[in-house]
Design a protein around this ligand. Structure first.
Ligand code: OAD
Length: 253
């Protein structure tokens, strides 16, 4: 039986890169969780179609109307109680098992699904919806997915809690960003999965990988690939929940 299709050739090229790779980093965006039932941001029907960034994802929006902002994030937290990792996430667990400490996931996602899947080396650039941070005393707490209400207060100091995620006009947590930079500097293959790569500084990791010495090989996995040709060695166009397991099966074959 001939099972080859239009993905076979690029998959073989990507698998050859991976088999030769000493160290691998995967940069993920919302697309990797789409097949789990988590909305992306910029696709048709995505979160930024129904909401203005300036209403729900900036420090000013939270200062103006914390309850409105919390309703947006509580709806996303509630959705997370009904979703689970998909085969794309699980393929990244298989990668970590293969490359061990020479592997890392750098994610823009706040949905915690890489952790639920079983990855351990994860750099969450934009925070995590499971955590709250106090706007007064700064205490960060893992609240899981328990209902929090529209105006949760800090049990320690009585100030408003906010989601421990990074909003527009905020800087990334320095330790996480430095760890991500280190991982990308050290890798010889960067796989970019399910991101429109328009939000910085996260998107800047891709040219960094390509222009460092020696440059990393860059593989893009996306339903609708978007990266410039000069940044990419192999494009795998398709849903990550299908493409990534096929890729790992080839690497292991
Ligand atoms: P976007 O919504 O901008 O992009 C999602 C990408 O995933 C698009 O390129 C889609 O083509 C692709 N995609 C969709 N379904 C897919 C699938 N099944 N398999 C593979 N690819 C698929 O989301 P991000 O790039 O993650 O930041 O957005 C980056 C940041 O912008 C987010 O972290 C968030 C947002 O504003 C903050 O909130 C700070």
């Amino acid at each position: 039986m001939n099972t080859s299709d239009e993905l076979t050739e690029p998959l073989e090229a990507a698998a050859a890169i991976l088999r030769a790779a000493r160290s691998v980093v995967v940069l993920t965006g919302a697309g990797i969780s789409a097949e789990s039932g988590v909305a992306t941001f910029r696709d048709a029907g995505g979160l930024w179609e129904g909401h203005r960034v300036t209403d729900v994802a900036t420090p000013d929006a939270f200062r103006r109307d914390p309850a409105f902002v919390w309703r947006f994030y509580n709806a996303r937290r509630d959705n997370l109680t009904r979703v689970s990792p998909n085969p794309g996430h699980l393929a990244l667990v298989a990668m970590e098992q293969r490359w061990k400490s020479a592997f890392a996931v750098v994610t823009q996602n706040v949905d915690n699904l890489h952790r639920v899947a079983g990855n351990e080396r994860i750099h969450e650039l934009h925070g995590n919806l499971h955590r709250t941070r106090c706007t007064g005393c700064g205490v960060i707490a893992d609240r899981g997915l328990e209902p929090l209400g529209d105006a949760p207060m800090c049990p320690e100091c009585g100030h408003f809690l906010r989601p421990d995620i990074v909003w527009f006009n905020e800087i990334l947590p320095q330790d996480v960003w430095e760890a991500a930079l280190f991982a990308v500097h050290d890798c010889d293959c960067l796989i970019v999965v399910g991101t429109s790569a328009v939000v910085y500084p996260a998107a800047g990791l891709i040219p960094l990988a390509k222009r460092k010495t020696p440059p990393a090989k860059v593989i893009e996995v996306n339903l609708d690939p978007t990266l410039d040709n000069d940044l990419i060695d192999v494009v795998l166009a398709g849903p990550s929940g299908v493409v990534l397991p096929r890729l790992m099966a080839m690497v292991d074959a």
